[in-house]
Design a protein. Structure first.
Length: 326
């Protein structure tokens, strides 16, 4: 239990003091009207971190920021009738006019290295997003302490934080990403699309410091890459294993806990190959459910850690509570 601040009326305080035999003690004053002062409302982003153990690993999820968007069915469930989408949303207490998206990189301290998975939106997204550096500081580290940066795929909200103020954001890090993902985007003309343009500034300059892996490739001891294509051509997820425990970092394999995870066949606008993405979701979510492996999803509600349960023809998201803090 943590310390708690308790608000009590003057009458209640006097009664409590009397009950404790304290009412006659001199030097105790009660300021009349002190509870009437209006506290100013707070706004702005507060760095949010969540830390837990996985065997010998220490895992910290870092909230880069959030975004609220209009008309969720323009992004999720684009292949189902509006009536079905609305009914599912209502059953899950979700509004159908807006949705809130979290952006959550993960930092793993293996005991030998600090390994960062994805870099967030970057400085251009502030103040609502791009707050990874503040979250790293809140977690007790500095960007200079990051040893390895792993990029799950090349979408801007995952590689935007590679550069800070025109310089490398993680000056002492080596980099790891999927060979297929790098090859696909690096061959495109930077003027052809936004991802290729950002690749030219945020990824290509680091190519000589990058290791390129495929399905089953190793990042470090206990961290293994797994192909999970569909969202992008070379999208990868990463299995953490330590002390007989496992956790899967799923990145954008599934992007909403209802409209994508619970209904894996519902199409997502940002999935480049929608059939492959749906097949990947069914495969990965089925594995998580049958093997009871927890996962961190980049766009799951912060702190983005939870479990998957099979439910009918789909799945159910079960957010983690205190399981990792016992």
């Amino acid at each position: 239990m943590t310390d708690q601040t308790i608000s009590m009326s003057r009458r209640g305080l006097l009664a409590g003091a009397a009950g404790l035999g304290l009412a006659g003690i001199s030097g105790v004053t009660l300021a009349p009207g002190m509870a009437n002062a209006a506290a100013p409302q707070q706004s702005g982003m507060v760095p949010m971190i969540s830390r837990y153990r996985l065997g010998e690993f220490e895992v910290t999820t870092l909230l880069d920021g959030v975004a609220v968007s209009e008309e969720p069915q323009k992004t999720f469930g684009t292949n189902v009738p509006a009536e079905e989408f609305n009914a599912v949303s209502q059953a899950n207490f979700l509004p159908i006019d807006k949705f809130r998206n979290s952006f959550t990189p993960t930092l793993v301290n293996t005991g030998k290295e600090l390994v960062l998975f994805d870099t967030g939106v970057g400085e251009g997204g502030r103040p609502g997003r791009g707050n990874l550096r503040a979250a790293i500081t809140a977690a007790g580290y500095t960007p200079e302490q990051i040893d390895v940066v792993v990029l799950t795929h090349m979408h801007p909200d995952h590689i935007g934080g590679m550069i800070e103020g025109g310089a490398p954001a993680f000056v002492n890090a080596r980099y790891v990403t999927g060979q297929g993902e790098f090859d696909f985007w690096s061959k495109q003309d930077p003027a052809s699309n936004g991802v290729a343009k950002l690749m030219a500034t945020n990824i290509t300059p680091f190519a000589e410091k990058m290791s390129f892996i495929g399905d089953g490739g190793s990042v470090a001891s206990g961290i293994t890459g797994m192909a999970a294509v569909g969202h992008t051509p070379g999208h990868m997820v990463y299995m953490l294993e330590s002390g007989g425990q496992q956790l899967l970092i799923t990145a954008d394999m599934t992007n909403h806990y209802v409209w994508s995870l619970a209904y894996p066949d519902w199409e997502v606008r940002f999935d480049m190959d929608k059939a492959a993405a749906a097949a990947t979701r069914r495969k990965m979510l089925g594995m998580l459910a049958s093997d009871r492996i927890p996962f961190v999803g980049y766009h799951m509600p912060a702190p983005a850690l939870g479990f998957v349960e099979a439910a009918g023809t789909g799945f159910r998201y079960v957010p983690a509570t205190y399981q990792f803090n016992l």
